[in-house]
Ligand binder design. Structure first.
Ligand code: MF3
Ligand code: CO
Ligand code: CO
Length: 249
């Protein structure tokens, strides 16, 4: 069941979302070659708590950390730990904040150290595919229209979209209906309506779209070991243009 939000509830979600966006930007600026992913996780925890929020992911289905950090071939749900960031690594961070009874959920990918053109091209296409999908987030369009546009953009750039995981509705719960796939057919799926709040999150692989789960039962990696990038915002559908709730400006 899709839970539509009132304008007041969307404003409350914007508070959670803005904090998630601020933490995303701060972690991105803080990340340096030689740091462990645990250091980034603890920095994020500190900022989330300072903002009066709780990390949405800690304890979610038993998830053991505050944020997700997925490096290189890791697609999503990388668990922060002893892994040291190496020069030129592609780092994807995914941050959830629970504030005032609502969740914000946002992710971004970046390179640490020496520029890595191959990784940066993948990151740029992943981010752009989000905005291509966002353009279609107006009332009357369907979930399948958004997924189709994202998939088409990604594949036109020679990459593949992960199908094993999707975006999602979001609100009082981190994951609500509907599922928001990054692939699909035009004119299919639920119709977008004002008050819908969804997390759109393309996960894009340089090679095959196929993935598998590591022995830690969380981390998803590309089946061919090639790079993967992630980009995510929490978005509100309105009568007019969509609102990105996890922006920082
Ligand atoms: N952040 C993921 C998403 O975008 C969910 C992570 S759940 C966790 O939907 F438990 F792995 F943290
Ligand atoms: Co997320
Ligand atoms: Co999400």
């Amino acid at each position: 069941m899709i839970k539509l939000k009132t304008p007041e509830q969307i404003i409350a979600m914007q508070k959670a979302g803005r904090l998630a966006g601020e933490v995303r930007e701060a972690v991105k600026a803080y990340a340096k070659v030689g740091m462990t992913t645990r250091e980034l996780d603890l920095y994020a925890r500190k900022l989330i708590r300072k903002g009066g929020a709780n990390p949405s992911f800690l304890g979610y289905n038993g998830y053991p950390a505050n944020i997700c950090i997925s490096v290189n071939e890791e697609v999503v749900h990388g668990i922060p730990g002893d892994r040291v960031l190496m020069d030129g690594d592609l780092v994807s961070i995914d941050i959830g904040t629970y504030l005032g009874g609502y969740h914000g959920d946002t992710a971004d990918s970046f390179v640490v150290g020496t520029p890595n053109p191959e990784a940066e091209a993948l990151i740029n296409a992943t981010r752009e595919s989000f905005y291509v999908g966002l353009k279609l987030c107006t009332p009357g369009n369907k979930i399948g229209d958004v997924g189709h546009a994202i998939q088409e953009y990604v594949e036109d750039h020679g990459y593949s979209v992960v199908r094993a995981l999707t975006g999602h509705g979001i609100g009082r719960k981190l994951h609500e209906d509907p599922a928001v796939p990054n692939y699909g057919k035009k004119h299919t799926g639920d119709t977008l309506r004002p008050g819908m709040t969804i997390a759109i999150e393309p996960m894009v692989n340089a090679g095959t779209h196929r993935v598998y789960v590591l022995d830690n039962d969380w981390t998803i990696v590309s089946a061919d070991g090639r790079l993967s990038a992630h980009y995510e915002h929490t978005v509100a559908i309105t009568e007019g243009e969509p609102i990105i709730l996890t922006k920082t400006e």
